[in-house]
Design a protein around this ligand. Structure first.
Ligand code: UAG
Ligand code: ATP
Length: 552
């Protein structure tokens, strides 16, 4: 994801029109913070919250948070100059504010980040506690969040709801999509967006909740009706350090403070699902948790058969429908739901099952839900850059898979069905982030594809050549151990890699360009380089098809 590019108006410029003004005194009572201010200043009323000085609007409370690089209080004077009327910070921040001679009232808290969301919830009145509150759905997990939120929304729309969305691809809080900079926006944005949606008559919203969001308190003060868990596989170890720590962060979502109910996918080979279901039952009570058992690797035309794992719902039958699947979900008590999705990939069976059961658990009658699934086919919906079919002969797909598990599953999904068909993958690893996954991704590509083309993803401020080499080492080592790949190429820039893949292809092959999905800019050392895998792949295929025509 590219954070450095200016993507135009962002979530913060979209605020509700009727914030609830709070005095500094009231906020001190809410947060338990100490007030450093002249007596009269306690009555200062703030009408907004911001944690980036550059986004300050007149009347805001500036949450000056300690960061990994810099203390937000360093920018207190900037916030004041833009109209901030008060500051929420910690003791170190209060000192910086005093040293800078900024004369705003200061609320001093031991953990201002943890309070920012709750303060924003109050000021933006995001949880009114009456009938005007929308139904809120959260999806967390390493992979599948975006797809599942799109599925949830599509079902809700088919049920007649007006829906909102907060996630990696876009934010939908009205007619015009707001470009998304983060999977889960900062806490003030989350609350302002939820209120704005309510003002605009949106009565149900689904959002992705990343582990960063939980770690950085971005969804504090939000209460969901249903939270869903997809899976937990290696990613983000640069932030969390270990899978156990990563799990603990995700588990925070399944607490009574944050959600009413939970739906947890149990995937074979991923013991974290079982652990999450157990944790959710401890936190929410067993009657508020629904578990769904799926096989890890769902083969074509397989009959999954009832699972004996004790899960509430199991996958009862599964058949291929076009490039997608049709299947039945069966409850222990005999209830059944017939579901289908035209999106390719066995993981989309999992995402679809999760979405359907999240909507069911929000209080929709089973018969109503079944009729909606039958009449509207809501799980056959476009999810930009997720297993997006760009062309046929060769089957050409752009997918967002950018971690080992997602890549392995994406490769399985594009396995050619014609005799002699080969799989060609184009991908790279991002700079800065979890470096341990680079050789692993190289190995997985070599195990699952016949031709591996390693290129750049977002190098960010790292030199891209060594990143490519670390990925290639994994691929070559796997080749030496007999992996499937006959060819491993290292080609940059990415545009050339994509065109090379198409040039090397035969009609019976499959090409998957993985890692960037819907993204339209590549971050090359802070410079936003326009690049859309879907556009490049389309252009390369057009060129291939016209040269084939010329030859015939
Ligand atoms: C690693 C990470 O997530 N860091 C988050 C953390 O940043 P930090 O501690 O480095 O902040 P800092 O740069 O030291 O700045 C300290 C404070 O000064 C403020 N500041 C800074 C400069 C300025 O001019 N004015 C100003 O007010 C900043 O807003 C910040 O509050 O706190 C900041 C807000 O306080 C977040 O914006 C920032 O997320 C950055 C933007 C980020 O890129 N995060 C990514 C990795 C992320 O969250 N990704 C996940 C999804 C990942 C995935 O699934 O792939 C997501 O939810 O998007
Ligand atoms: N349930 C799943 N299990 C494993 N892989 C999946 C699953 N769903 C999708 N994928 C793969 O992961 C990629 C990302 O999917 P999606 O965007 O839905 O997940 P995400 O959790 O939102 O990812 P991110 O947090 O990185 O944005 C897809 O392009 C696909 O390759």
């Amino acid at each position: 994801m590219l954070e450095s590019a200016d993507q135009g108006p962002d979530a913060q410029s979209a605020r509700p029109s009727r914030p609830v003004a709070h005095t500094v005194e009231q906020l001190a009572r809410l947060t338990g913070a100490q007030i450093v201010a002249s007596p009269g200043a306690r009555e200062t009323r703030v009408t907004g919250v911001v944690l980036n000085s550059r986004e300050t609007q007149p009347g805001d409370l500036y949450a000056a948070l300690p960061g990994a690089h810099v203390h937000g209080a360093t920018f207190a004077a900037d916030a004041a100059a833009s109209g901030a009327l008060a500051i929420l910070t910690d003791a170190a921040g209060a000192e910086l504010v005093a040293q800078a001679g900024v004369e705003l009232p200061v609320l001093v808290s031991a953990d201002p980040r943890a309070w920012t969301g709750r303060v924003a919830a109050e000021i933006y009145n995001s949880h009114p506690g009456d009938a005007s509150a929308q139904k809120l759905f959260a999806v967390t997990g390493t992979n599948g969040k975006t797809t599942t939120t799109y599925f949830v929304n599509s079902i809700l729309r088919a049920l007649g709801h007006s829906t909102g969305l907060i996630g990696t691809i876009e934010i939908l809080a009205g007619d015009t999509p707001i470009p998304s900079k983060l999977t889960t926006p900062e806490a003030p944005h989350v609350h302002s967006l939820l209120s704005l949606m309510r003002e605009r008559g949106i009565d149900a919203a689904a959002m992705e909740v990343s582990s960063h969001a939980l770690e950085f308190h971005r969804v504090d003060g939000v209460h969901y009706d249903v939270a869903g868990f997809t899976n937990l596989t290696q990613d983000h170890l640069d932030l969390h350090g270990s899978m156990e720590a990563y799990f603990e962060v995700k588990a925070q979502l399944f607490t009574a403070e944050r959600t009413e109910r939970a739906v947890v996918l149990l995937t074979e080979g991923d013991t974290w699902g079982e652990a999450m279901a157990r944790r959710a039952r401890e936190n929410l009570g067993a009657e508020h948790v629904t578990s769904v058992a799926l096989r890890g690797n769902i083969g074509d035309d397989a009959h999954a058969g009832p699972d004996r794992s004790g899960a509430d719902w199991t996958l009862d039958s599964l058949t291929r429908r076009g490039i997608g699947h049709a299947f039945t979900l069966q409850h222990r008590d005999g209830r059944k739901l017939s579901v289908s999705t035209a999106l390719p990939g066995d993981f989309n069976v999992a995402n679809a099952a999760l979405a359907v059961l999240m909507v069911l658990d929000s209080g929709v009658e089973l018969d109503t839900l079944q009729k909606t699934l039958d009449d509207h086919d809501p799980l056959t919906t476009d999810v930009p850059g997720r297993m997006q079919l760009i062309g046929t002969r060769p089957t050409s797909v752009v997918d967002f898979a950018h971690n080992p598990d997602a890549m392995a599953r994406a490769l399985q999904s594009v396995e050619p069905t014609e005799d002699g068909g080969r799989t060609i993958i184009v991908f790279g690893a991002t700079g800065r982030r979890d470096k341990t996954k680079r050789p692993i991704m190289g190995r997985i590509a070599a195990e699952g594809a016949d031709i591996v083309i390693i290129t750049d993803d977002d190098p960010h401020d790292e030199d891209p050549a060594p990143i490519r080499e670390q990925v290639a080492q994994g691929a070559r080592a796997a080749q030496e151990h007999g992996a499937r790949a006959a060819e491993v190429h290292v080609i940059a820039p990415r545009e050339v890699a994509i065109h090379t893949a198409v040039r090397l292809s035969r009609p019976e092959d499959s090409i998957i360009v993985a890692g960037r999905g819907h993204e339209t800019f590549q971050d090359l050392n802070g410079v936003a380089h326009p690049l859309d895998d879907r556009v490049e792949l389309t252009a390369a295929l057009d060129a291939l098809h016209s040269s084939r025509k010329e030859q015939s």
